[in-house]
Design a protein around this ligand. Structure first.
Ligand SMILES: C[S@@+](CC[C@H](N)C(=O)[O-])C[C@H]1O[C@@H](n2cnc3c(N)ncnc32)[C@H](O)[C@@H]1O
Length: 518
């Protein structure tokens, strides 16, 4: 089978063999590391190779025509949890001619009006013979310029080999639905365009319109263009048509064909938010996150495209944390600040066989989590939700094998230290929180247990770990989640035994005083 042509920046071909096919995933900021790990783990048996890391994307190729069934491939692609979207990769190029043609679709910069007219001209419908007609008043030279730019764009579209990509897409679908009767071939496409970097000023919708009309002219029989969107609309729109992604930024031009209309990051539990949202509206005060702030906080699960707002931790980040902690059957896992339960939900869905406990000081958060867990049909035996304080956890020592937590931060979560309350002088709230979380985690974790946390206080953790004989920092991944303070996901391991100390009670005994059992 003939492969699609794939170019790397500087025009170099990276895909040579016909039996390999290129895919891509889109990833959130700071999530590439986790996506690469997941790709290797889930697609390793298809001899996957990561080809290129781009802004917000990862390209990889794998064996297409091998013995393994493509149903399996399709399933594996759709099972990825740390990525936003997945699709067939068609083209990545930074060839000047293409970029210059795209720049001509801007309608910005000097020569603004001329370029704008070209865009308008390029969007004019063709006549029955496929000849371009331009608006009255366009001069001959402008018409010639539009023709030559359209020619370059037509070359670009031909390189993408869209009909081949659409037929592969259909093939994947066919094999998956092999048992069902006839599956209609999908040939309707929608183009969605995103312009970034120095192309940020470019009118993405306009570019999409121009490209849409070029695609329609190039492939009048195989592909029917049914619409275009800019990236602001892209997430919310549902359609049966295939989405062609067209992204332009400082790295060049990227073209891909999405495998699913809905982002992979949209989980089933997001669909069950209607009732819960209503209750929260009645409840007036928002629990974790402020509506206006949501745009600026990509770590939070966005409201769009979901039917109602889900503002727990972003599902992809929660899934990455569960992977990083290496959850396995038999684990007993605690999220000591579980909020609306993203970590618990991702853990429950992706790691059957582990048991989960969620703790939070806010009863409304626990109710929401409870609703969400039942909405995805998970047995209540697999998760326990308890109201309490992570500075003084209501659990016996040596109870949990893993702790995974998205720590409170910011003004909504000012946590005065228990010790400050008890008159022990002066530590900042953050120092106190880190200290108390580590002390309590050390107590409730089994020897050799792991603590995985998302925090903006990485430096405080590192300092505490340096001074501790019980904790070792295993991994640290900064995640640039839109917070100024630079959050990171940390993985700490807990040593099995506290070395004997002369003349004093060890931290474990100290922590155990006055604790209730779970
Ligand atoms: C950043 S949010 C966690 C969000 C959560 N991962 C989700 O998906 O919704 C922090 C949570 O910590 C809880 N919290 C704050 N102080 C706490 C404390 N002392 N003990 C337990 N939970 C606390 C808050 O109620 C909030 O739900």
């Amino acid at each position: 089978m003939k492969c699609m042509r794939l170019m790397e920046c500087r025009g170099m071909k990276v895909q040579e063999k016909d039996d390999r096919i290129a895919f891509f995933v889109t990833v959130g900021r700071g999530m590439r590391h986790f996506a690469v790990e997941e790709i290797k783990k889930k697609l390793g048996r298809f001899q996957v190779r990561v080809l290129k890391e781009m802004e917000g994307k990862l390209a990889f190729d794998l064996l297409w025509d091998n013995q393994t069934s493509r149903i399996d491939l399709h399933r594996s692609l759709l099972s990825m949890r740390t990525v936003e979207r997945v699709g067939l990769m068609l083209l990545a190029t930074c060839e000047d001619a293409f970029l210059a043609s795209i720049a001509c679709c801007t309608g910005v910069g000097h020569e603004r009006s001329r370029k704008k007219r070209r865009v308008d001209a390029a969007c004019d419908p063709s006549d029955a013979d496929g000849n371009k007609t331009t608006r009255s008043g366009s001069s001959e030279s402008e018409r010639a310029a539009v023709e030559s730019e359209n020619q370059v764009l037509a070359d670009l579209i031909r390189l993408c080999n869209l009909p081949d990509a659409v037929s592969r897409w259909n093939q994947l679908k066919h094999e998956v639905k092999a048992q069902q009767e006839t599956v209609p071939e999908i040939s309707e496409c929608r183009i969605s365009c995103k312009t970034r970097g120095r192309y940020r000023g470019v009118n993405a919708r306009k570019v999409a319109e121009v490209l849409g009309s070029v695609i329609q002219r190039e492939h009048p029989r195989e592909i029917k263009m049914v619409g275009w969107t800019d990236d602001k609309m892209q997430e919310g729109v549902q359609s049966n048509a295939l989405d062609i992604l067209f992204h332009v930024n400082d790295e060049g031009i990227f073209v891909g064909l999405l495998l699913t209309a809905k982002p992979l990051a949209a989980r089933a539990y997001h669909d069950s938010q209607q009732g819960q949202r209503k209750r929260e509206q009645e409840d007036e005060q928002d629990l974790c996150h402020d509506d206006d702030e949501e745009q600026k906080r990509p770590h939070v699960q966005p409201s769009s495209p979901f039917p109602s707002k889900f503002s727990g931790l972003r599902s992809t980040v929660a899934a990455a944390m569960c992977d990083m902690a290496g959850l396995a059957a038999g684990d007993i896992v605690l999220d000591p600040a579980c909020g609306r339960g993203s970590i618990l939900l991702e853990g429950l869905m992706n790691h059957p066989g582990a048991d989960f406990v969620g703790l939070d000081s806010d009863i409304r958060a626990l109710r929401t989590t409870s609703d969400l867990v039942s909405s995805i049909g998970i047995s209540s035996a697999q998760v326990r939700l308890i109201r309490g304080d992570f500075r003084s956890m209501p659990f016996r020592s040596n109870t949990f094998t893993k702790i995974i937590v998205d720590l409170p931060f910011g003004c909504q979560h000012k946590i005065p230290s228990v010790q400050v309350e008890q008159g022990v002088p002066e530590r900042s709230d953050a120092e106190a929180m880190v200290d108390e979380l580590l002390r309590e985690s050390s107590r409730v974790l089994t020897g050799g247990g792991l603590l995985c946390c998302l925090t903006v206080h990485g430096a405080l953790f590192e300092q505490q770990v340096k001074e501790s004989t019980r904790w070792t920092l295993r991994e640290k991944h900064p995640v640039q989640l839109g917070l100024k303070t630079g959050p990171a996901i940390l993985l700490l391991s807990h040593e099995p035994h506290e070395p004997a100390r002369a003349g004093g009670m060890d931290k474990t005994q100290e922590g155990e005083r006055g604790r209730g059992a779970a």
